[in-house]
Design a binder for this molecule. Structure first.
Ligand code: PEP
Length: 262
């Protein structure tokens, strides 16, 4: 039987968002929480267009140690403030086992990033909670390795697991990663877990986040995780892959049209 992950979200009727059900769920927000104004502006805009879950990184796995690594707990507090204001559930990354309890105090969904897909101590720790967990595909992971990583969480008793395709490493340099669209229909055959698409990390390019979002939904994605920024050219992190608020506004009706057609 397919797993449906339920997330409390005050902004929807009945107060529960179901991931893996009939509706495609939109999770959107900034790559990284930078300031209260940036977060609140983005949250207001994405909520208005129909997003029900707010994304935002507070603990960032930066490729360079000199890059912006997030506001830490201060960022989590701002996310909680946005939840109070807009009623959206919060998804944010947790990077170490020792932070799990603290991140759980603020987050509705824990995100395991691509770099930590095989951090087994971290997987065990989030598995001991009962919070929904998004586990991103390791950038060079096979489906089998990814599903076994998810199994670490499930085997600790946490059944609320969502798989996230976020692109893999290939020889191609035109995109940051290569979105593996086959993940959506294939994982529906290989697993009972809901599948989420991250076309922002998956492409690294604002101009093709929209088409890849539509393709993911057409291929069977249950939900989307999209980076949106009020002024991406000035973003402290990953501006190139963050879409603008007008682009997000344009994308939502297109997604409804694709979801309605399948
Ligand atoms: C993110 O979503 O903020 C992120 C860092 O993603 P990934 O782990 O896929 O690189």
């Amino acid at each position: 039987e397919d797993t449906i992950v339920e997330v409390p979200s005050a902004c929807v009727e009945g107060g529960i968002v179901r991931i893996g059900g009939k509706e495609v769920v939109m999770m959107a927000g900034p790559c990284t929480v930078e300031t209260e104004k940036q977060l609140m502006t983005t949250a207001a805009a994405v909520r208005k267009e129909g997003a029900v879950i707010l994304r935002g990184g507070a603990f960032k796995p930066s490729t360079s140690p000199y890059g912006f690594r997030g506001l830490g707990e201060e960022g989590l507090k701002l996310l909680a403030k946005a939840r109070d204001e807009f009623g959206m559930a919060i998804i944010t990354e947790v990077m170490t086992p020792s932070d799990v309890a603290m991140v759980c105090e603020y987050a509705d969904i824990l995100q395991i990033g691509t770099r930590n897909m095989q951090n087994y101590m971290l997987l065990d720790e989030v598995g001991r909670t009962r919070k929904p967990v998004v586990i991103k595909r390791g950038m060079s992971a096979t489906f089998e390795e990814w599903l076994l990583a998810a199994e670490y969480i499930l085997s600790q008793g946490n059944r609320n697991v969502i798989l996230c395709e976020r692109g893999i490493r290939t020889f191609e340099k035109a995109t940051r990663n290569t979105m593996d669209i086959s993940a959506f229909p294939l994982l529906k055959r290989l697993s009972h877990l809901p599948v989420l698409s991250d076309p922002s990390q998956g492409t690294g390019r604002r101009d093709i986040v929209g088409p890849l979002s539509l393709a993911s939904v057409a291929a069977g994605a249950d939900a989307l995780l999209v980076e949106v920024h009020p002024n991406p050219d000035e973003a402290l992190k990953d501006g190139a892959q963050s879409i603008t608020i007008p682009q997000f506004r344009e994308l939502m009706p297109q997604l409804h049209a694709v979801a309605g057609a399948i």
